[in-house]
Design a protein around this ligand. Structure first.
Ligand code: ZN
Length: 230
């Protein structure tokens, strides 16, 4: 999922959101940004700061957290975002995305659709928590140390990742431009941001009646599972 979705979700699971919780709740994606493989980055269950660990567990796949239910499995089927990504497969192959990548790319559109939707509500206030966290040198130093211990030395990428989250900020236009650039670079295509914007909007029509219930069900389960760590 995208950052605001994780901030919102952590707040719902724990009933509060501190700077440390905010930073922890995007930590797996920060680790991915510095070069850690997705699965490893989303499976960390030891971290030297309790609140950040809680946020991290609520995001990752080990607990299992939200990304497990969105990306891996939900109610005996593939992850929620993958279940709906099937309906975007044709649109993506028509844009030139290889068929074998179309579900993976499609799942990002489902997740962007949720992010954009949340950003249009009062939940957009939660960006402030991440903004504060991104200015907290003591908290960030804990991540830098953790990365150094795991032999990741390009710690400036942590700040770059946070800056990117806060710039895109759940905004439809910005996410569409960013994702069009990404797809164009990866597949050597010329994808118009308008195509990505249309796909995010199509994804919204697919998930509108379903994503809230999905988040609620995950929240109930994760509340129970995280209780052992609190
Ligand atoms: Zn993630």
């Amino acid at each position: 999922m995208y950052p605001l979705t994780h901030l919102y979700f952590t707040k719902n699971v724990l009933g509060r959101l501190s700077s440390a919780l905010a930073l922890g709740s995007v930590l797996p994606d920060i680790l991915t940004s510095v070069g850690m493989k997705w699965k490893e980055a989303h499976s960390q269950n030891i971290f030297p700061h309790k609140e950040m660990l809680l946020g991290n567990l609520i995001h990752g796949i080990n607990l299992p957290g939200l990304d497990y239910y969105s990306d891996c499995a939900f109610e005996g089927q593939e992850g929620f975002a993958f279940q709906y990504a099937k309906h975007l497969e044709m649109d993506l192959t028509e844009l030139g995305i290889p068929k074998e990548h179309s579900i993976w790319r499609g799942h990002n559109f489902i997740e962007m659709a949720i992010e954009v939707r949340l950003n249009q509500t009062e939940e957009s206030e939660l960006w402030k928590n991440l903004e504060l966290a991104s200015q907290d040198e003591n908290l960030k130093a804990i991540i830098y140390d953790f990365l150094s211990e795991h032999n990741y030395n390009e710690i400036h990428l942590v700040d770059l990742a946070l800056e990117r989250f806060l710039t895109l900020r759940g905004n439809l236009d910005k996410l569409a431009i960013d994702y069009a650039k990404k797809l164009s670079a990866i597949y050597q295509l010329h994808i118009d941001p308008k195509n990505c914007q249309d796909l995010i909007l199509k994804a919204q029509t697919l998930i509108n009646g379903h994503y809230k219930l999905f988040l609620e069900k995950c929240c109930d389960q994760i509340k129970q599972d995280i209780a052992h760590f609190i």
